[in-house]
Ligand binder design. Structure first.
Ligand code: GLA
Length: 739
């Protein structure tokens, strides 16, 4: 076997090229499929009953290793059948299945029994398409598997096809189910609320089912479609981790079950709550993709694999085709929201643009308030024409000014929403999600347009296309400021209406894809009152996300820590705003705020008109320093050295670029207690034999710290901070450059 097991991230491309092994194989004798990528192997086979059974998911096996044909798990008692005990790749609900089914249907004659057996398969470049068929009826399910040769991350989804003569109603459809053998595990998932997203929640797995989900019509702030399961003794840097992320921006559900035999099953896909999709004869139905990966060295290694995978395989590659160069680091933006809220006008925005340009900002974004009769959040959504009082000459003078200042221009939109006080709603009151004769519940004075309707979809696409065609707009901040209520689609027959949960999100993706086709350079941010729509489905079409409306720099440390378990800092927008902060009334320095935000994709969202010369000079200096090291920060390998969680006095992060020639370290003191000094910080991920020069971006290392030392020194001895680095809300940052 040419392929080494220890392909380091830095060498991934080389490893992939050096591999002579096919990523996917099928052994016709044992009927075993095997997928190998990175440091992982995934194995499943057709068992003696004909079911597709999972056999192994974990560290990479030798190519000489072979599995015999899968043997179904026995029934332990008359209460738990072999069918339910056997970890199936995609189990139909039938034959006495008591764990979550991947697929549950009702046939036109009332039959609800579905038992899927292997039918055929095709090997593809990096995976396999495996066709299953019900033992009696013409329902076919094609399971799509692909493994990334670099990271070993699997992409799984299913296509369900009705070849019966009558319609079939799908009541529950997963993208994939994953299985782990009995052991002691810890489940990690991300929870939150508006302005409080990205809490890493950790709990021991016990018998029963843990449901993480959104019933809201979109991804939601409350939980995020990501999980990581650690083996008993795993932590940030050690032990086995199995992780996954669902690429879907509508209502979703991931269940994590420990069954009666202590096996663990993870099943994820459309949320079955209030779900129903009628599949007519000849129709087929695609699920979203459920990504899954294995990491041997703790949660840190899992997130590094995921970050690199997201950059290489999920995010849009705007230059040329999807397979061309990797996404570029994000421009440093200025955003007007916290400075002016709805009170935008030509003179005010131009004044802010001048200040932003003086700081070295790359992109100026005008937020809410520029369109229709928008004075506050009571009116205007839906009327996407420029407000004449605020911009008497249209957007052109402002855009020209922004360009003359050396920046490009971005604009806020909220395309899927309408205020009842709008021309659009007065003309098309039937365009919103609603049940006729029932109340239309407003949130933030707005209703949700039914994007699943072809006429609504056409309207939204055409106004966005016109806006971007008529104006020189490089970037849209695409917002979505409420969840669903009364999700009726009264144009359709009652039995068909629940497909709104699928078709709405497909329409959204369709509009984004069409915009990308027509305006390939247009970049988009996914925002939903902060981090309400962050998932690997929307990230296929959008370049960045707004993680939270909470821009308090101290709160952001914990949020950013949680965010990076699932998502790369490349997409993590982080603005520097004003102090004291409105949410917590906390006062912090510009330096602290800058360094907190510089761990992600930096933006400025403050009222710069109020900043003094010193604050402007500090921000300018730090933006220049950030520009020099940004690719390392946002696309390198991230090490969460000291977590800010659980009331920690300190926190620190480090990133290392792909060839280990550069590293950036951020250190934060929350509040010194009992004169404790910042702990000696042992770095990670460097080349032990190389020499690295230490340069301060902000703050001082302890006197006597070598100007240059080996990677081994920085990782084994570590970095000591100057003892004056004590107090409240302090920050420091360093870069290390290989000599
Ligand atoms: C949402 C966004 C904010 C801002 C406002 C504008 O809350 O998250 O950043 O754009 O809408 O109304």
């Amino acid at each position: 076997m040419l392929k080494t097991f220890s392909c380091l991230l830095a060498l991934m491309t080389v490893c992939a090229i050096a591999s002579a092994e096919p990523a996917a194989t099928f052994d016709p004798t044992s009927k075993v499929f095997r997928l190998d990528g990175g440091d992982a192997s995934y194995v499943f086979g057709v068992n003696s009953r004909g079911e597709l059974q999972q056999l192994y998911w974990g560290g990479r096996l030798a190519s000489s290793d072979h599995f015999p044909q899968a043997v179904p798990m026995p029934a332990r008692a008359s209460f738990d059948s072999s069918y339910t005990n056997t970890p199936q790749e995609y189990a139909g609900w039938g034959a006495g299945l008591f764990v979550e089914p991947a697929l549950k249907v009702t046939f036109a004659d009332g039959n609800r029994d579905l038992v899927l057996h292997y039918d055929s398969h095709t090997l593809t470049a990096n995976g396999a398409d495996v066709v299953l068929k019900d033992i009696k009826r013409n329902i076919l399910v094609t399971l799509h598997y692909a493994i990334d040769p670099d990271s070993g991350i699997l992409s799984r989804s299913a296509t369900i096809e009705n070849r019966e003569a009558q319609p079939v109603t799908i009541e529950q459809a997963a993208a994939a189910a994953w299985a782990l053998p009995p052991a002691h595990y810890t489940l990690n998932y991300l929870t939150g609320r508006w302005a409080g997203e990205w809490t890493l929640t950790q709990e021991k797995l016990d018998p029963g089912e843990r449901v993480i989900e959104s019933r809201r019509g979109s991804t939601g702030h409350q939980t995020n479609p990501w999980f990581a399961i650690q083996s008993g003794n795993s932590d940030e840097n050690h032990g086995e981790v199995w992780f996954g992320a669902l690429a879907w921006s509508g209502s979703w559900r991931i269940t994590v079950e420990q069954d009666q035999l202590d096996e663990v099953r993870v099943t994820g896909g459309f949320n079955p709550f209030d779900f129903g999709y009628v599949l007519h004869p000849g129709q087929s139905f695609d699920t979203p993709v459920f990504y899954g990966g294995y990491a041997a060295n703790g949660l840190g290694s899992a997130s590094r694999l995921l970050h690199h995978f997201e950059i290489a395989h999920v995010l849009p590659h705007r230059i040329g085709t999807r397979d061309s160069a990797a996404p570029k680091p994000r421009p440093v933006i200025y955003n007007s929201w916290e400075a002016t809220e709805f009170n935008v006008d030509e003179a005010g925005q131009m004044a802010l643009a001048e200040k932003a340009a003086a700081l070295g900002v790359d992109r100026f974004v005008m937020d809410d308030g520029w369109f229709g009769q928008r004075k506050d959040d009571h009116a205007g959504l839906g009327d996407w024409y420029v407000n004449q009082q605020k911009f008497p000459h249209g957007l052109k003078p402002l855009i020209d000014k922004v360009h003359a200042l050396g920046m490009d221009f971005g604009l806020w939109v909220e395309p899927e929403m309408v205020n009842p006080d709008s021309d659009l709603y007065r003309k098309h009151p039937d365009w919103v999600l609603n049940f006729p004769g029932r109340p239309r519940s407003e949130q933030r004075n707005q209703l949700v347009l039914n994007l699943a309707r072809p006429d609504v979809r056409a309207y939204v696409l055409s106004f966005l296309d016109k806006l971007v065609t008529d104006n020189d707009i490089a970037f849209l901040k695409w917002d979505y400021n409420r969840n669903w209520s009364e999700p009726g689609w009264d144009q359709l027959a009652p039995a068909e209406q629940k497909k709104v949960y699928v078709e709405f999100t497909r329409s959204l993706y369709g509009i984004l894809a069409e915009l990308e086709r027509k305006h390939p350079k247009l970049e988009i941010e996914s925002c939903s009152g902060g981090g309400g729509r962050v998932d690997l489905g929307i990230l296929k079409y959008t370049d960045e996300v707004w993680p939270s409306d909470n821009t308090d720099p101290f709160d952001r440390l914990t949020q950013q820590d949680g965010f990076t378990y699932a998502y790369t800092p490349q997409v993590m927008m982080a603005w520097v705003t004003d102090s004291p902060h409105g949410l917590n009334h906390r006062t912090t320095s510009v330096t602290y705020r800058m360094l907190s935000s510089m761990q992600g994709s930096l933006g400025i969202g403050a009222n710069l008109a109020k900043w003094n010369d010193d604050e402007m000079a500090t921000a300018k200096r730090l933006i220049a320093a950030y520009h020099q090291v940004q690719p390392t920060i946002v696309q390198g390998s991230l090490y969460r050295l000291i977590s800010p969680r659980n009331g920690s006095e300190f926190s620190a992060t480090q990133t290392v670029n792909h060839d280990k020639s550069r590293s950036v370290v951020f250190l934060f003191i929350h509040s010194t207690q009992e004169e404790r000094l910042f702990p000696r910080l042992k770095l990670n991920g460097l080349d032990p034999a190389a020499e690295y020069a230490l340069t301060s971006i902000e703050g001082k290392a302890q006197a006597g710290t070598p100007a240059t030392a080996s990677g081994a020194w920085w990782m084994n001895h570590g970095l000591d901070m100057d003892e004056e680095f004590r107090g409240d809300f302090l920050a420091a940052a360093f870069r290390l450059d290989r000599r």
